[in-house]
Design a protein around this ligand. Structure first.
Ligand code: ATP
Length: 608
C-alpha cells in the first residue's frame, strides 16, 4: 500500500520544537494564558485607537452632526462640545489601557519564557551529567557549553524580542483585517491581493535563513570548542610557541562563521526590503481604489482616513514579520541544537527494575567478561574476551601490565562507566547491571591519576566526596590519613583556602593527597586507585604511598599501577597483556614463575 505524500512528509521544525518544549511550558500555562489574554486586549485597544479621531472629523469638525457612515448612530442627539470631550477622554483611556495590557503581556511572557528556559537549561545540565563517557569522548566540551549557555540564551532572547512581538503582530493583523473587511470589504480584498507573494517570499527566506543559521551555530560551537581546548592546553601552547598555529586554526573558523553571519543578515535584509515593496504595492492599489470611491461619493473621507490608518498599522506588523522571521529562524537553529542534546540517550541507565546494591562483604568478580570500545562508525574493537578473576572482600589486588593492556578499562567496567558486551561484573554476587547506578558508585571511592579539584575551599573539596553531612573532625581525620593535614595547615587560610581552578595552586603530590582525603571521607567499602603515584617525586611518592596503604586497609581495593614496588605490597598481582590475564599471584609467586612480571621487575629494579 502506498503512503500519501503527507504521511511521508517530515513535520515542520517549528512543530517539532513546540512538541519538545511543551512539557516545560505546561507548569507556566496560567502565566502564558494570562499574558496572551493581556496581549489580545492590548491589541483590541490598538484597534480602537483611530476611532475617536475619525469620530471627531466626521461628526464634530464637519459641524453637521448628521448621522452618516459607521459612527453616525453614536453621535445622534449629543452636543458637539460634549462629544469632543468624550473623544479626548477616549484617546487617553484607550492609550492607558493599552499601556497596562502591553506591560502585563510583555512582562508576563518574558517571565514565562525565562522560567521555561531555566527549566530546560537545568534539565540539559543534569542530562549532560548522565550521558555516558562514550558520548563525552565523542563530543567537544566547548560545543556542549555553547549549547548550554549561548543557545539557550538565544532562545530566551528570542522569546522576548521576536516571539512575543510576532504573536502580537499576528493578533493585530487579524484584528485589523477583520475591521477593514467590515469597513470596506472591496478595499480590503484589494489590500490582500499581494499577500500570497508575501507569504511565499517569507517562507522561502525563513527556510534559507534557518539553514544558514544552523551552519553558523555549528561553526560557533566548533569555535567555542577550539577556544576551550587551546585555553586548557595553554601551558603546552606557550611552551612550544604554538600561538601562530592556534591563531590560524581559530581565525579560519571565525572567518567562516562571520561569513555565514553576513549571509544570514543579507537574507534578512533582502526579505525586509522585498516586504517593503509588496506593502508599497498594496498601499498604492488601495489608494487608487479608495480615492476613486471618495470622488464617486460612495465613501466618506473619514472612513477612507480610518481605512488608510488601519492599512498603515496593518502593514507595520507585516513589515516587522519579516524582521522577526529572521530572528526566529536563528532561534530555531539554536533550539534544534538544544533538543538534539536532550534527545541523546544515556548508554548506561538504571534498568526499570534496578535495585540498590547491598554490600555486605565487598567481594568483586569479573565473570567471563567480553568488552570492546565502540568507534565512531559503530564497529567494536574487542579488548577483553572471557576475562575472569575475583577479588575477595578486603583484599588488595594490583593490576599491572604494559600500556594499553586494558588496566583502566577494568576499573571503568566496575564503575559502570561502560557495560560489558558479554558476561557479568558482580559485587557480593549481585550483577552490577541490575543495581542502581547511584548505589553502585556510592560504594566505590576512586583515586585517579589526575585528581580534579575544584575552585572552592580545601574543606569543601574534601567534604564534597562524602555521602552525607560531615563534621570538621571527620574532615581533619581524613586529611591526616591522607598525609595532607600538615600542608593544608601551612596554606594561607588553612582549610578555608580557596584553590585555583582545577586545584592549580597545589603541587601534583598535594593534589593526590587531597584526592586520598576525599576517598577517606567517602568511607566506601570498595576502592579503586588508578595510577595514583605517577609523576610524583620520591618524597611525595613516599607520602602518597603511605597514605594509600592506610586507606586500603580493610577495603576491597583495585590498584592499577606500573610501579611494581607499589604493586608488590598488594595481596595479589594480576598481570595483563592485550586484554588477557597472563600471570597472577603474590609478588613472590610471580617472581618465582620467571615470566613477564619477573622480567619487568628486573628492568625496574636491576639491583635485586
Ligand atoms: P595505560 O597504562 O597506558 O593507562 P591501560 O592498560 O590502562 O593503559 P586502557 O586505558 O584500559 O589501558 O586502554 C586499553 C585499550 O583500549 C587501549 O588500546 C586504548 O587505546 C583503548 N581505549 C581506552 N579508552 C578508550 C576509549 N574511550 N575509546 C576507545 N578506545 C579506548
Amino acid at each position: 500500500m502506498s503512503r500519501s505524500p503527507r504521511a511521508n512528509a517530515q513535520p515542520s521544525p517549528w512543530r517539532l520544537m513546540a512538541r519538545r518544549f511543551a512539557p516545560y511550558m505546561r507548569p507556566q500555562r496560567a502565566l502564558i494564558g494570562g499574558s496572551l489574554l493581556a496581549l489580545v486586549l492590548s491589541t483590541a485597544m490598538r484597534l480602537l485607537e483611530p476611532w475617536p479621531l475619525a469620530f471627531v472629523i466626521d461628526h464634530v469638525l464637519s459641524g453637521s452632526g448628521q448621522a452618516s457612515g459607521l459612527l453616525g448612530d453614536l453621535a445622534a442627539g449629543r452636543d458637539t462640545v460634549h462629544l469632543l470631550w468624550l473623544c479626548a477622554g477616549a484617546v487617553v483611556a484607550i492609550a492607558a489601557l493599552k499601556a497596562v495590557m502591553n506591560f502585563s503581556s510583555t512582562v508576563g511572557l518574558a517571565l514565562a519564557g525565562s522560567r521555561v528556559l531555566s527549566a530546560v537549561r537545568l534539565d540539559l545540565f543534569a542530562h549532560l551529567q548522565r550521558l555516558s563517557l562514550a558520548f563525552h569522548g565523542r563530543s567537544r566540551t566547548g560545543d556542549l557549553t555553547m549549547r548550554l549557555i549561548n543557545d539557550i540564551g538565544m532562545l530566551r532572547e528570542a522569546t522576548v524580542t521576536a516571539l512575543m512581538p510576532m504573536l502580537a503582530n499576528i493578533f493585530i493583523l487579524g484584528g485589523m483585517f477583520a475591521i477593514m473587511l467590515v469597513l470596506n470589504w472591496k478595499l480590503t480584498l484589494v489590500a490582500l491581493l499581494p499577500m500570497p507573494l508575501l507569504l511565499w517570499s517569507t517562507r522561502r527566506a525563513s527556510r534559507q535563513i534557518h539553514e544558514v543559521s544552523r551552519a553558523q551555530r555549528k561553526r560557533e560551537g566548533s569555535l567555542a570548542a577550539k577556544a576551550a581546548e587551546f585555553m586548557a592546553a595553554i601551558r603546552t601552547v606557550q611552551s612550544l610557541s604554538l600561538e601562530r598555529a592556534t591563531m590560524r586554526s581559530f581565525g579560519g573558523d571565525d572567518a567562516q562563521s562571520s561569513q555565514q553571519n553576513v549571509k544570514s543578515k543579507r537574507l534578512s535584509a533582502g526579505l525586509e526590503r522585498k516586504v517593503d515593496l509588496i506593502v508599497a504595492l498594496a498601499t498604492a492599489l488601495v489608494l487608487l481604489q479608495g480615492a476613486y470611491a471618495v470622488i464617486g461619493g460612495s465613501m466618506s473621507p473619514g472612513d477612507l482616513l480610518i481605512f488608510i490608518s488601519y492599512l498603515k498599522s496593518a502593514f507595520r506588523p507585516v513589515r516587522e514579520y519579516a524582521k522577526y522571521t529572521g530572528r526566529l529562524s536563528k532561534a530555531l537553529a539554536a533550539g534544534e541544537r538544544v533538543v538534539d542534546l536532550l534527545d541523546e540517550q544515556p548508554d548506561i541507565q538504571d534498568r526499570p527494575d534496578a535495585q540498590p546494591l547491598q554490600v555486605l562483604r565487598g567481594d568483586v568478580r569479573f565473570a567471563d567478561v567480553g568488552f570492546g570500545y565502540r568507534s565512531d562508525d559503530g564497529s567494536v574493537r574487542p579488548l577483553f574476551e572471557h576475562l575472569a578473576f575475583t577479588i575477595a572482600a578486603g583484599q588488595a589486588v594490583a593490576i599491572t601490565g604494559p600500556s594499553g593492556a586494558g588496566k583502566s578499562s577494568i576499573t571503568s567496567l566496575l564503575l559502570r562507566l561502560y557495560d560489558p558486551d558479554q558476561g557479568q561484573v558482580l559485587i557480593d554476587g549481585q550483577n552490577i547491571r541490575d543495581c542502581t547506578l547511584q548505589s553502585l558508585r556510592q560504594q566505590i571511592s576512586l583515586v585517579p591519576q589526575e585528581s580534579l579539584l575544584f575552585g572552592v575551599s580545601v574543606r569543601e573539596n574534601i567534604a564534597l566526596a562524602a555521602l552525607g553531612d560531615v563534621t570538621e573532625a571527620q574532615i581533619v581525620a581524613a586529611a591526616q590519613l591522607a598525609n595532607a593535614h600538615e600542608f593544608i595547615q601551612q596554606l594561607p587560610q588553612g582549610y578555608d583556602t580557596v584553590l585555583g581552578e582545577r586545584g592549580s595552586s597545589l603541587s601534583g603530590g598535594q593534589r593526590q593527597r587531597m584526592a586520598i582525603a576525599r576517598a577517606a571521607i567517602r568511607n566506601s567499602p570498595l576502592l579503586i586507585l588508578d595510577e595514583p603515584t605517577v609523576g610524583l617525586d620520591s618524597e611525595n611518592e613516599h607520602q602518597v604511598t603511605q597514605a594509600l596503604l592506610r586507606l586500603m586497609r580493610g577495603r576491597t581495593s583495585i590498584l592499577v599501577t606500573h610501579d611494581l614496588a607499589f604493586a608488590a605490597q598488594a595481596d595479589r598481582i594480576v598481570f595483563i597483556e592485550n586484554g588477557q590475564i597472563r600471570e597472577q599471584g603474590s609478588h613472590a609467586e610471580l617472581l618465582g614463575q620467571q615470566g613477564r612480571y619477573a622480567e619487568l621487575w628486573r628492568l625496574q629494579h636491576p639491583a635485586t
